[in-house]
Design a protein around this ligand. Sequence first.
Ligand SMILES: [Zn+2]
Ligand SMILES: [Zn+2]
Length: 178
Amino acid sequence: MTQWLSSQRGAPSTGDDELRMIPRWSMALAIVLFAGIQYIFHGVMPHHKHEMIPLRLIMGYTWGALFASYALLLGYVSRDVKRRGMSAGLWMLVCVVLPGGIGAVVYFMLRQPILSRCPNCSTEIADSYHFCPQCQFQMAPVCGVCHRGVRITDVYCTQCGHDVAEDNAPARLRAYSD
Ligand SMILES: [Zn+2]
Ligand SMILES: [Zn+2]
């Protein structure tokens, strides 16, 4: 027998969740990089032209912000790969080696969907699955006749016209269609 489980599926991640994806080490690295860039622009570079100070401030801030955000991006990628079951080492390398953030762009284009775990048998499951491939645990509502995915607000299947309410879905789902 299969169970209905929509409430436990990963809710769409909010901005807060995404921020929590940035590990401490990358925040620290971002601060160090920003401070380092300021030091290079204001401490190491020659100071004899005073009229250059505004330009120096802007350049220092821009480069500092650029390197700092790159460190945060690396931190994000390092955690993001794990929840997608991708190779962390490979993608960190790609992001570091390909210059100017191109590696990160490639990563965001090629990354796999976020994996969740089957609550019944802990198999890793992509967001698009309706059933667990190992134990048939039902992850999302489907039509009882053609087994294509339906929205929980649908009264009839959009593919075959079957009355979805006849499938003995839980009361919570039937409430939407009544
Ligand atoms: Zn399972
Ligand atoms: Zn159907």
